[in-house]
Design a protein around this ligand. Structure first.
Ligand code: UGA
Length: 433
């Protein structure tokens, strides 16, 4: 099938390469000419594992373009994957999304199908149908097929999803989705056919539920510290119940990234808009926000003054293997340290560009290319994400490179037994001295 994917952000490029791999003819469109030029040269724009390989394999067959006419006129199936940022109030900013709809109205030359893969608030699908069909001579059928990609495993997630949710109102749209995603049905991957409204709600409910599990375990972690418990053992015992499940029960400094924080804000706004109590969503957000101060307070309670101390900060991105520092707990934590007069030696090679963009003038912060250089002569280390490189560190590494082997682990990366011999503080577990 001939399909145009619109928006070459992280969701868009993953969709483009996977659809091409499944034998469709993909046109990949973005208004950013520089991005398109790089993609034409076969350069993936992120370090997402397997993306570069897949682009090498199928990229030559994809037609990348930044020309709206070239992208939108030849085809009549459009996959929209542009970003939909969230404002401070939680209401979504759909301006990019509606610009795309306007371009489609301008350039489409036939009745068309629109597949929404951008995360949009519930009820958007019906508004989009209304918007398009009242402005164009052609008929538009609009599907909502939410994505469930996780950064750093996005390609595998798109190739092997736990389910494919297809929200469509008419039979022809469902038939179209069946053809596009035929490969999933062959492999017995569950396909959920539902209304667009349900599909939109499924996306938000999934992200809210997962982040709620994180806030749940983090609030229990605080309790564990008060009563001498160990949150890892509690989470293990709880997670063995298959009705609960063991995933997303890792205590730490909270969730970050471009999805959970903004989706929860939008969801809270949407509950309020619809006059429905949003206590659970609010609690999820509040507990997550409080984990940051909780971690900073933990450091301050052990190290009385941070003035002129040098702190090795291991991990800037919101999780290991990711590049994104927007909405990462590392940013407010680093600010809290530097506000108190500390110097930060930060290490996260994947996140350097993102950090510079997010924090262009951060005095007192120096980024290092090598882990042990960042740690060298620091008064203590804090661990802020679960990068594999950090998981392999041993007490001897901290002894060798820090002034004193003192570690505040915001991600509970090591079993307590493995950290004997150093001063080690983690989340919801006994401290080691
Ligand atoms: C999340 C969802 O997991 C995806 O299913 C969804 O498609 C995506 O959002 C999206 O809406 O596009 P992502 O934000 O890439 O994916 O990252 P996650 O791996 O879910 O991690 C989110 C945050 O939660 C990270 O900061 C991570 O460190 C934290 N986390 C995760 C915990 O603190 N504890 C856990 O047990 C798991």
């Amino acid at each position: 099938m001939n399909i145009t994917v619109i928006g070459m952000g992280y969701i868009g490029i993953v969709n483009a390469v996977v659809l091409q791999l499944y034998g469709h003819n993909v046109i990949a469109y973005d208004i950013n000419k520089d991005k398109i030029e790089l993609l034409k040269q076969g350069i993936a724009l992120t370090d997402e594992p397997k993306l570069q390989d897949l682009l090498g394999e199928v990229g030559k067959s994809i037609r990348f373009t930044s020309n709206a006419y070239d992208a939108l006129t030849p085809n009549s199936i459009y996959v929209i994957a542009v970003d939909t940022p969230t404002s401070k109030s939680g209401s979504p900013d759909l301006s990019h999304f509606y610009n795309v709809l306007d371009e489609i109205i301008k350039y489409a030359k036939d009745d068309s199908y629109i597949i929404i893969r951008s995360t949009v608030p519930p009820l958007t699908n019906s508004k989009v149908r209304e918007y398009l069909n009242s402005r164009s001579e052609y008929k538009f059928s609009v599907l909502t097929i939410p994505e469930f990609l996780t950064q750093s495993t996005a390609i595998m997630d798109e190739l092997n999803p736990s389910r494919v949710v297809i929200g469509a109102v008419d039979k022809s749209a469902r038939e179209l989705a069946k053809k596009i995603y035929a490969d999933y049905a062959k492999r017995n991957i569950p396909i959920v056919y539902t209304t667009p409204e349900n599909a939109e709600l499924i996306k938000y409910a999934s992200n809210n539920f997962l982040s709620m599990k994180i806030s749940f375990i983090n609030s229990f972690a605080q309790l564990c510290e008060k009563v001498g418990g160990n949150i890892d053992e509690v989470a293990y015992g709880v997670g063995l119940d298959p009705r609960i499940g063991k995933e997303f029960l890792k205590a730490g400094i909270g969730y970050g990234g471009l999805c959970f924080p903004s989706d929860n804000k939008t969801l809270s706004w949407f509950f309020k808009e619809n006059d429905t109590p949003d206590d659970l969503v609010e609690a999820t957000i509040n507990i997550n926000d409080s984990q940051i101060q909780y971690f900073v307070d933990k450091v301050l309670s052990k190290v009385k003054s941070l003035n002129n101390l040098h702190i090795a900060v291991l991990g800037l991105a919101f999780k290991g293997g990711a590049e994104e520092v927007r909405n990462s707990p590392s940013i407010p934590i680093i600010k809290a340290f530097t506000d108190k007069g500390a110097f930060v030696h930060a290490y996260d090679p994947l996140a350097i560009d993102s950090f510079h963009q997010a924090m262009p003038r951060m005095a007192r912060v120096r980024l290092f290319d090598y882990l042990f250089d960042a740690m060298k002569d620091c008064d203590f280390a804090v661990i802020l994400n679960d990068s594999e490189e950090f998981q392999n560190l041993t007490p001897q590494d901290f002894k060798n490179h820090l002034k004193k082997p003192i570690v505040f682990d915001g991600r509970n990366l090591y079993p307590l037994d493995a950290m004997k011999g150093i001063e080690y503080y983690s989340i919801g577990r006994p401290q080691l001295k």
